[in-house]
Ligand binder design. Structure first.
Ligand code: NAI
Length: 261
């Protein structure tokens, strides 16, 4: 089988770097895309030293010019791309009365506009070979979370866009799915709730209430993304796969009903 080429955005972060490592171990060449140029250069060196192929590309996914240039660079240096993981993300949490228009716009720009721009820039390359995988990161927060009106709306939008693109691109041989993590131990949720470090309390609460009784690891999400990126997942499209240890279900606790859990 010919080598596949993946673009992973937000590759300097927790889930992005784990996903890039996982894909590279499976023989996929990975373009490591992030605004943090130094971190992706280090990760590329690590993957290359382990025998994989990796290309660091500095790119702000909210900027259409940079996104176009990034995809051109990947196509020129590596070929493809065949796989896109729209993973770049930020939080700007606050209660509604404190949430500024800038908080709203910044979160939507990275999660929604960024995913749209990257999908639009890669899909023709995928359609040419009639094989492609677009994977979008949603979140358990799309169900609704206090202080996250901007983030919950953006992630619900990502799920809607996933379904629309699945319908549109399926006939071209491209599947489009979303993965919705619960609480995953990475730098991102440390700023949840609007204050640095609040994520620590969330992590402990998530580990206590999730049926699997632990917080998630970046590798939990990476393994799911890698499966969806592979040939075995060719009949799955337009779906949101929840990788959350059952976290939302844990809220329906049977405490007080005489059931030990
Ligand atoms: P992280 O903070 O560890 O990594 C995010 C990466 O995105 C960073 O390297 C950052 O530099 C990059 N980034 C931010 N803005 C960018 C831009 N404009 N252009 C290019 N790169 C940009 O975050 P984490 O936890 O790895 O999250 C990855 C994805 O998973 C995000 O979409 C997030 O919303 C989602 N997610 C994470 C959860 C968690 O508990 N960690 C839970 C649910 C969803």
């Amino acid at each position: 089988m010919n080598e596949r080429i993946a673009v992973v955005t937000g590759a300097a972060g927790g889930i992005g770097s784990a996903t890039a490592r996982c894909l590279a171990r499976a023989g996929t060449a990975v373009a490591l895309v992030d605004i943090e140029a130094e971190s992706v250069t280090g990760l590329a060196a690590e993957i290359t030293a382990a025998g994989g192929r990796a290309l660091p590309v500095r790119c702000d996914v909210t900027d259409p010019v940079q996104v176009k240039a990034m995809v051109r660079t990947v196509a020129r240096e590596f070929g493809g791309p065949h796989i896109l993981v729209n993973n770049a993300g930020i939080l700007s949490d606050s209660e509604l009365h404190l949430m500024s228009r800038a908080d709203w716009d910044a979160v939507h720009a990275v999660h929604l506009r960024g995913a749209f721009l990257c999908a639009r820039a890669v899909y023709r390359h995928m359609a040419r070979g009639r094989w492609g995988r677009i994977l979008n990161l949603s979140s358990v927060s799309s169900l609704g979370a206090a202080g996250q009106a901007n983030y919950a709306a953006a992630k619900a939008g990502v799920e809607g866009m996933t379904r629309a693109l699945a319908v549109e691109l399926g006939p071209l041989g491209i599947t489009v799915n979303a993965v919705a993590p619960g609480f995953i131990e990475t730098p991102l949720p440390q700023g949840a709730g609007g204050s640095e470090g609040a994520g620590g309390a969330w992590s402990a609460a998530a580990a206590e209430t999730a049926p699997v009784r632990r917080a998630g690891r970046p590798e939990d999400v990476a393994a799911t993304l890698a499966f969806l990126a592979g040939d075995e997942a060719s009949y799955i499209t337009g779906q949101t796969i929840h990788v959350d240890g059952g976290l939302p279900l844990g809220r329906l606790s049977l405490d007080g009903c005489g059931v030990e859990n």
